[in-house]
Write a protein that binds this ligand. Structure first.
Ligand SMILES: [Zn+2]
Ligand SMILES: [Zn+2]
Length: 184
Protein backbone atom coordinates (compact mmCIF):
# COMPACT_ATOMS: atom_id res chain seq x y z
CA UNK A 1 0.00 0.00 0.00
CA UNK A 2 1.19 3.51 -0.77
CA UNK A 3 1.49 5.59 2.33
CA UNK A 4 1.71 9.36 2.29
CA UNK A 5 5.25 9.38 3.63
CA UNK A 6 6.49 7.00 0.91
CA UNK A 7 9.54 8.43 -0.87
CA UNK A 8 9.43 8.90 -4.62
CA UNK A 9 11.70 6.90 -6.88
CA UNK A 10 12.36 6.18 -10.53
CA UNK A 11 12.33 2.78 -12.20
CA UNK A 12 13.87 2.37 -15.64
CA UNK A 13 12.45 -0.43 -17.77
CA UNK A 14 14.16 -1.30 -21.06
CA UNK A 15 11.68 -2.26 -23.78
CA UNK A 16 13.16 -5.12 -25.79
CA UNK A 17 16.94 -5.01 -25.93
CA UNK A 18 18.74 -1.84 -24.77
CA UNK A 19 22.47 -1.62 -23.87
CA UNK A 20 22.79 -2.05 -20.11
CA UNK A 21 25.74 0.32 -19.73
CA UNK A 22 23.66 3.10 -21.22
CA UNK A 23 20.89 2.49 -18.69
CA UNK A 24 23.32 2.38 -15.75
CA UNK A 25 24.80 5.72 -16.83
CA UNK A 26 21.32 7.21 -17.22
CA UNK A 27 20.13 5.98 -13.83
CA UNK A 28 23.10 7.59 -12.06
CA UNK A 29 22.45 10.89 -13.80
CA UNK A 30 18.74 10.81 -12.93
CA UNK A 31 19.53 10.09 -9.28
CA UNK A 32 21.70 13.21 -9.19
CA UNK A 33 19.22 15.44 -11.01
CA UNK A 34 16.09 14.46 -9.06
CA UNK A 35 17.80 13.36 -5.85
CA UNK A 36 15.71 10.16 -5.64
CA UNK A 37 16.56 6.48 -5.92
CA UNK A 38 16.65 5.08 -9.47
CA UNK A 39 16.67 1.37 -10.26
CA UNK A 40 16.71 -0.65 -13.46
CA UNK A 41 14.36 -3.55 -13.97
CA UNK A 42 14.37 -6.48 -16.41
CA UNK A 43 13.36 -5.74 -19.93
CA UNK A 44 9.73 -5.69 -21.00
CA UNK A 45 8.58 -6.98 -24.37
CA UNK A 46 7.23 -4.37 -26.74
CA UNK A 47 3.42 -4.63 -26.55
CA UNK A 48 2.29 -6.07 -29.92
CA UNK A 49 -0.56 -3.57 -30.23
CA UNK A 50 1.92 -0.68 -30.24
CA UNK A 51 3.22 -1.51 -33.71
CA UNK A 52 1.72 0.35 -36.66
CA UNK A 53 2.41 -1.49 -39.92
CA UNK A 54 1.67 1.39 -42.27
CA UNK A 55 4.07 3.72 -40.45
CA UNK A 56 6.61 1.09 -39.33
CA UNK A 57 6.66 2.85 -35.96
CA UNK A 58 5.44 2.18 -32.43
CA UNK A 59 2.59 4.06 -30.79
CA UNK A 60 3.84 5.32 -27.44
CA UNK A 61 0.45 5.42 -25.69
CA UNK A 62 -0.07 1.61 -25.38
CA UNK A 63 3.57 1.32 -24.30
CA UNK A 64 3.01 3.74 -21.42
CA UNK A 65 -0.16 1.88 -20.48
CA UNK A 66 1.77 -1.38 -20.19
CA UNK A 67 4.57 0.29 -18.21
CA UNK A 68 1.99 1.66 -15.78
CA UNK A 69 0.54 -1.80 -15.31
CA UNK A 70 3.96 -2.88 -14.03
CA UNK A 71 4.02 -0.27 -11.30
CA UNK A 72 4.88 -1.58 -7.90
CA UNK A 73 4.17 0.56 -4.88
CA UNK A 74 7.76 1.63 -4.36
CA UNK A 75 8.20 2.86 -7.94
CA UNK A 76 6.45 6.16 -8.36
CA UNK A 77 7.77 7.05 -11.80
CA UNK A 78 8.50 4.55 -14.52
CA UNK A 79 10.68 5.42 -17.50
CA UNK A 80 10.61 3.03 -20.46
CA UNK A 81 13.59 3.17 -22.82
CA UNK A 82 13.40 1.76 -26.33
CA UNK A 83 15.44 1.67 -29.53
CA UNK A 84 12.22 1.70 -31.58
CA UNK A 85 10.87 4.77 -33.36
CA UNK A 86 7.84 6.18 -31.54
CA UNK A 87 4.83 8.16 -32.70
CA UNK A 88 1.53 9.54 -31.51
CA UNK A 89 -1.30 10.13 -34.01
CA UNK A 90 -1.08 13.40 -36.01
CA UNK A 91 2.70 13.80 -35.70
CA UNK A 92 5.52 12.13 -37.63
CA UNK A 93 7.40 10.99 -34.56
CA UNK A 94 8.04 11.72 -30.89
CA UNK A 95 11.35 11.58 -28.99
CA UNK A 96 9.34 10.48 -25.98
CA UNK A 97 6.00 10.75 -24.25
CA UNK A 98 4.67 11.16 -20.74
CA UNK A 99 1.77 12.77 -18.90
CA UNK A 100 1.78 15.71 -16.53
CA UNK A 101 1.60 14.15 -13.06
CA UNK A 102 1.49 10.68 -14.66
CA UNK A 103 3.30 7.51 -13.62
CA UNK A 104 4.60 6.09 -16.89
CA UNK A 105 6.76 7.71 -19.54
CA UNK A 106 8.86 6.46 -22.43
CA UNK A 107 11.80 7.72 -24.49
CA UNK A 108 13.13 6.48 -27.82
CA UNK A 109 16.83 6.28 -28.71
CA UNK A 110 16.02 5.91 -32.41
CA UNK A 111 16.53 9.56 -33.42
CA UNK A 112 19.18 10.48 -30.85
CA UNK A 113 22.26 9.20 -32.67
CA UNK A 114 24.02 11.40 -35.20
CA UNK A 115 24.01 8.38 -37.53
CA UNK A 116 20.25 8.79 -37.92
CA UNK A 117 20.91 12.20 -39.53
CA UNK A 118 23.63 10.83 -41.81
CA UNK A 119 26.46 12.14 -39.64
CA UNK A 120 29.34 10.45 -37.85
CA UNK A 121 28.49 8.92 -34.47
CA UNK A 122 29.25 11.11 -31.46
CA UNK A 123 28.91 9.11 -28.25
CA UNK A 124 29.04 12.11 -25.95
CA UNK A 125 26.27 13.89 -27.85
CA UNK A 126 24.20 10.68 -27.93
CA UNK A 127 24.35 10.38 -24.13
CA UNK A 128 23.57 14.09 -23.69
CA UNK A 129 20.44 13.69 -25.77
CA UNK A 130 19.32 10.60 -23.84
CA UNK A 131 19.80 12.49 -20.58
CA UNK A 132 17.87 15.52 -21.81
CA UNK A 133 14.94 13.48 -23.13
CA UNK A 134 14.72 11.46 -19.91
CA UNK A 135 14.85 14.55 -17.65
CA UNK A 136 12.23 16.26 -19.82
CA UNK A 137 9.74 13.37 -19.65
CA UNK A 138 10.25 12.90 -15.90
CA UNK A 139 9.78 16.65 -15.47
CA UNK A 140 6.29 16.20 -16.94
CA UNK A 141 5.68 13.21 -14.68
CA UNK A 142 6.48 15.42 -11.68
CA UNK A 143 4.05 18.10 -12.76
CA UNK A 144 5.85 20.45 -15.17
CA UNK A 145 4.20 21.54 -18.46
CA UNK A 146 6.05 22.73 -21.55
CA UNK A 147 8.08 25.88 -20.96
CA UNK A 148 8.46 28.82 -23.35
CA UNK A 149 12.09 29.40 -22.34
CA UNK A 150 14.11 27.71 -25.12
CA UNK A 151 17.03 26.89 -22.82
CA UNK A 152 14.85 25.26 -20.18
CA UNK A 153 14.83 21.46 -20.23
CA UNK A 154 11.00 21.63 -20.30
CA UNK A 155 10.88 23.45 -23.64
CA UNK A 156 9.32 21.38 -26.41
CA UNK A 157 11.68 19.78 -28.98
CA UNK A 158 10.36 19.64 -32.53
CA UNK A 159 13.74 18.65 -33.93
CA UNK A 160 16.97 17.26 -32.53
CA UNK A 161 18.45 20.77 -32.90
CA UNK A 162 15.96 21.99 -30.28
CA UNK A 163 17.13 19.21 -27.96
CA UNK A 164 20.78 20.16 -28.52
CA UNK A 165 20.08 23.85 -27.85
CA UNK A 166 18.45 23.40 -24.48
CA UNK A 167 20.33 22.98 -21.23
CA UNK A 168 20.16 20.01 -18.84
CA UNK A 169 18.57 22.24 -16.23
CA UNK A 170 15.11 23.53 -15.34
CA UNK A 171 14.38 27.24 -15.28
CA UNK A 172 13.46 28.60 -11.85
CA UNK A 173 9.71 28.33 -12.44
CA UNK A 174 9.84 24.71 -13.69
CA UNK A 175 12.25 23.70 -10.93
CA UNK A 176 9.82 25.03 -8.32
CA UNK A 177 7.01 22.94 -9.79
CA UNK A 178 8.78 19.58 -9.78
CA UNK A 179 10.59 20.23 -6.49
CA UNK A 180 7.24 20.73 -4.77
CA UNK A 181 5.89 17.47 -6.22
CA UNK A 182 8.74 15.09 -5.40
CA UNK A 183 8.27 13.30 -2.10
CA UNK A 184 11.62 12.88 -0.34
ZN1 LIG B 1 7.33 17.41 -23.42
ZN1 LIG C 1 11.05 26.21 -17.66
Amino acid sequence: MITSNQKDSITIIPIDSVKELLLVKLSKTLENVFNVNCSIRDEMQMPPDAYDHSRNQYHSTPIIKQLRDREVHHAHKILGVTERDLFVPDVNFVFGQSYVNGTGSVISLHRLREGFYGKEHNDELFHERITKEAIHELGHAWGAWHCKKKKCIMSFSTTIRDTDKKLFTFCKKCKNIFSKNIKK
